[in-house]
Each structure stands twice: as C-alpha cells, then as structure tokens.
Design a protein around this ligand. Sequence first.
Ligand code: NAX
Length: 335
Amino acid sequence: MTEPINVVVTGAAGQIAYSLLYQLAVGSVFGPEQPINLRLLDIELMMNVLQGVVMELEDLALPLLREILPTADPAVAFKDADAAFLVGAMPRKQGMERKDLLAANVNIFKDQGEALDKFARKDVKVLVVGNPANTNALICSHYAPSIPKENFTAMTRLDQNRAQALVASHLGVQVDQVKNVIIWGNHSSTQYPDVTHATVNLSKTGKGVISVPEAVKDNEWLNGEFVSAIQKRGAAVIAARKMSSAMSAAKAAGDHMRDWFNGTKDGQWVSMGVVSDGSYGIPKDIVFSFPVTIKNKKFSIVQGLEISDFSRSKLNITAEELGEECKEARQVLKP
Ligand code: NAX
C-alpha cells in the first residue's frame, strides 16, 4: 500500500484553494494511486471559513484523502511536508503603496520559509502562487537554507496556459496541438510570453508540425497584441469577474506540481519561476521564469535557445523589474 504524502496548501480558505483542493483530493495532481494528508494553513481570522472547507472536503467522500488538518500555525502545517502550495498572501488593498504590499508579503514568506526550514522534509517541493510570486519564492528560499534552493519555484504556468490557449484559438487548432510556449521573467505585466520556439501540429491540414511563427505568419501580432494580451489577461479577468483568476490559477498550480513530480514529456518543456543560475545572461539569484524540462523530480533549464534582439529587450525589462523587487525586499528585511 502506498503511504500518504503530506501536502500543504496555504491560503486554504481562499478562492484559488477552493478549486485546488478538489484536484488534490481527486488525484489529478499526485495521481490516482497516491493518498494524501492535507495540511490547510490560513490566518486565525479565517478558521471558521476554513472549517466549512474541511466539511466539504469530508463530504467529497474521496478515498485518496486521508487526514485533513486545518491550522493557523505554520509549525503544524509544514511538519514533514512533501509538497507545499503557498497560495496565501496579503492582497493589495485600496490606497496601499506597492512598497507596503511587498513589505507585508516579505514578512509572511520569511515566516513560512523559517517554518519550512525547521519542520518540512528536506526534499519538500514548494510552489509559490501568492503574489508577488517570484520574489516571495526567493524570500522563502532564503529563510530555508537547509532546503536546496532548487526546491523553491514560482508559478508562471497560468501565463503559459493562457499563451498556449490564445495561440491555439488564433490558429483554430485544439489547445494540445500547440507546444513549447515560453514565459520568461516575472509573473507580472513585464513577463515575456515567447512563441519563437513553439510548435503547432497542423497535420490535419497536411502541413505537419511547424513553428508557431511560420503558422501564424504575422510577427507584428505575435510581438505586439499577443504579448500584451497575455501580460494583461489577469487584469482582464478581474475587470470582468470582479475577482482574480481562481479556477484557472488552481488548474495551473496542479499542472506545475504534477509535472514537477512526474516529469515532462520527451521534447516538451514547461515554464517555472526558478532561482536563476545565470542562464541566458539573467542575473543570478533572482527567481526568473525559464523553460525547464523535468526528470526524477529535478528540473533543468533548457539551454541553447536562440534569443533575438527583440526577445533580449523583453528579457531585460522583466529581469530589471525583478532586480528592483529584490532590492526593495532586502530593504524591508534589514534588521
Ligand atoms: P483570496 O484572497 O481568495 O485568498 C487568500 C487567502 O490567503 C485568504 O484566505 C487569506 O486569509 C489567506 N492568507 C493571508 N495571509 C496568510 C498567511 N500569512 N498564511 C496563510 N494564509 C494567509 O486570494 P486568491 O484569489 O486565492 O489568491 C491568492 C494569491 O494568488 C494572491 O496573492 C493572488 O494575487 C495570487 N495569484 C497568483 C497567480 C499566479 O499566476 N502566480 C494567478 C492568480 C492569483 O492572482
């Protein structure tokens, strides 16, 4: 019999968690044979709401779901954690300065990093969803020095899924026929969705597998409207729904963790915010989204992709923003 793994979800009373928890419980992330213990972390104020989520989880009557532990104590939540979805973060309130938002989040992710360091398994896989996701992941890793920095990642998979879906609909093909779209940089409006190396399967029209730019035949659209639509997609969802993306964010978080545990398919890569090792001239020690392949639960940044002058200028913009965020975060953390 397979032993259950301990899976932490923070912000467990929030809207992304509400969609994510079902995916975890039904087995679509860790597989239909892998039982899980859920550790649900939220703030004290949300414990009543969280109790309602626990009731619903129980009422799912799903056999893979073993223990369910709601708590406001990171020490309890992260005990022996195998995987952690750090979804909870301080939202931006009206009139709040960007700096104040960063300061509030830096402190949350410092505390959670310290708790992971003390209580989690040393091979725990941490996915930061809460914004600013890249910098939060960096802070968290910094305060968990006993855990390899490769075990901390930030989510840009929603951006990847959005880009893949938009290209597919533009070309009138099914979404799974588009592969190897890349998100570079920050999960923010400076991110660079890049389809230069992406392919599309047009065998239905007899053209076979060709590059996306060749299929689209409109570089002006790809470098302009397309990039900006993906950068602003989150804001467009908020404008329409009056709430931020939740169902699609939860699906992307599941995709990210599933690929991390199970590996990527041959010839395919996915985008993840990871601590930069200097690849593609990106400064080291910022969490930057790169294309990666994954094997045996370890990712490798895809090497050797050609970067055009246009792409380089986009990479520089998003790297600069991340450098600034890091600087500001460090100022907050100064004793
Ligand atoms: P909600 O406001 O619905 O839920 C957030 C939950 O986090 C709340 O229940 C809150 O009490 C809890 N929380 C706050 N501080 C906490 C702490 N210190 N420990 C544990 N829990 C804490 O937000 P939701 O829509 O679920 O979004 C969560 C985060 O995801 C936000 O930061 C949001 O900006 C971010 N997103 C990131 C995306 C990405 O692609 N990386 C996309 C979707 C989303 O915008």
